[in-house]
Write a protein that binds this ligand. Sequence first.
Ligand SMILES: Cc1cc2nc3c(=O)[nH]c(=O)nc-3n(C[C@H](O)[C@H](O)[C@H](O)COP(=O)(O)OP(=O)(O)OC[C@H]3O[C@@H](n4cnc5c(N)ncnc54)[C@H](O)[C@@H]3O)c2cc1C
Length: 495
Amino acid sequence: MRIAIIGGGIAGMAAAYELELARHGGVSVQYSIYEASSRLGGVLSSEHAGGLVLEHGPDSFLTEKPAAAELCREIGLGEDLIPSNDGERQTCIVVNDRLIPLPDGLMFLIPTKLIPTALTPLFSLKTKFRMALELLHPPRPSDEDESVAALVERHFGKEVVDRLADPLLSGIYGGDARHLSARTVLPKMVEMEMMYGSMTRGMLAAHRAMRKRMAAQKTAAPKGETPKKPRGIFTTLRGGLQQLVDALEQRIDAKCVRLNSPVAKLARESDAWRVTTSEASELYDAVILATTAWAAGTMLKDVDIDLADELSIIPYSSSITVNLVFDEKDLGPLPKGFGFLVPQVEERAMLACTFVHRKFVREGAAGKVVLRAFLGGMHKEAMLNETDEALVATVREELAEILGEEIMRPSAKPELVHVARWRRAMAQYAVGHKDRVKWICKRARSHSGLKLAGNAYDGIGISDCIRLGRQAARELVTEPAEKLKPEDRERTQAR
Ligand SMILES: Cc1cc2nc3c(=O)[nH]c(=O)nc-3n(C[C@H](O)[C@H](O)[C@H](O)COP(=O)(O)OP(=O)(O)OC[C@H]3O[C@@H](n4cnc5c(N)ncnc54)[C@H](O)[C@@H]3O)c2cc1C
């Protein structure tokens, strides 16, 4: 079987790795991985400078999603996995240029502790009163999808959307709570609302159940068992996420990798797939499309215009990361925690800033302060055209306004600066996303040998992309394809 993997980001690399495993396991499979740019890894890219690790794209993965750490262990990077420094974990929200810590007991958006919620200056008295009344919220009769903002506003009011939901979600998706789908992005909260009416009651019940489970696990653990390594909420690699890219690259046959090879289009020829770049055109038995959905849509136009259209509709946001390294002596002491999030209502360019040296403790960072600002998001495409100098100046100006000039001293010059731009790289799970993806997946299955992977479908995190990439490859070498169902044909004819 000959398989073309299109897109050499982490999803495509994970697929290639899985095919290598199959090959070593005796499966007769050959593959090529087509990558438009000059390197593998996609948005995963880190730089080593003066003993520091600077992440240009993502900086870590969520520990509770296991696929990334499992892959790291499988390829010999287990010893290099490092947890976030959760002893110092605290996130602040910028409100009128002041940094306000998220109150203790806040579980994502839901307050579970009375006193910290009552005392926090993050919310007005009116919102706090509304939060208390949320305990009496009735279940929602409809199960139609709605935006995260609509769900949160119904329960807690607009201020919680503006000061909490929006900045938290734009920190993850670079998106907008008014467009993101509640059913996709906050499925547990939608479930809680359906079961309990009040999301606070739902969260408290889930919390009690978790505490019981943990207590039971503790008593069941055999005595004398070696304690597990501490887990942080986030996990990364000592050498940065590029370490994962490099280790995977070593396991992928170099002869199968085609860099600087953007695929222009796909076509069907009998049962085969024709993959065309500007240089060549080749036939394969199957294709794993591990690019953004909009790129996949462009390539599939001649194969299935309906599928191509649905893929192209999935919105994407762009982002910019600006890394600034200072000597500790040149700045005043930073506030506690991992950094801060900036709500849209503050009308700033920055969406967030991470105090990298605090979030992950790495050798080589002693005496240095690494600040990573995150800019962009939906409807801010124009920012990508600004020069590096202009972006750095904006970040420094906003840091001085938010942190104060006693911390961000005007005299302080960064020792290192790096700007990275990620154009239309982050899929946005808009209202209706679940149904759209269900349709897309079903439709893709109707084309024998076609698989989709990447951040547009079932999770935008690194672990999700690895899981989907590996799954796509595994399915191709094990499962027969489904044929086009009558209802799909009807939909095509209806257009
Ligand atoms: C700035 C930023 C910060 C993030 N932070 C985190 C984080 O901390 N934790 C986390 O879990 N996730 C994070 N994410 C999300 C996560 O990193 C991504 O969703 C994930 O890495 C996407 O992987 P991918 O392989 O699907 O896509 P990509 O990395 O976008 O790779 C797709 C590849 O396809 C190639 N390609 C496109 N078109 C073609 C074509 N026609 N022919 C051939 N090749 C093509 C592209 O060049 C690219 O290399 C972040 C994302 C960004 C942008």
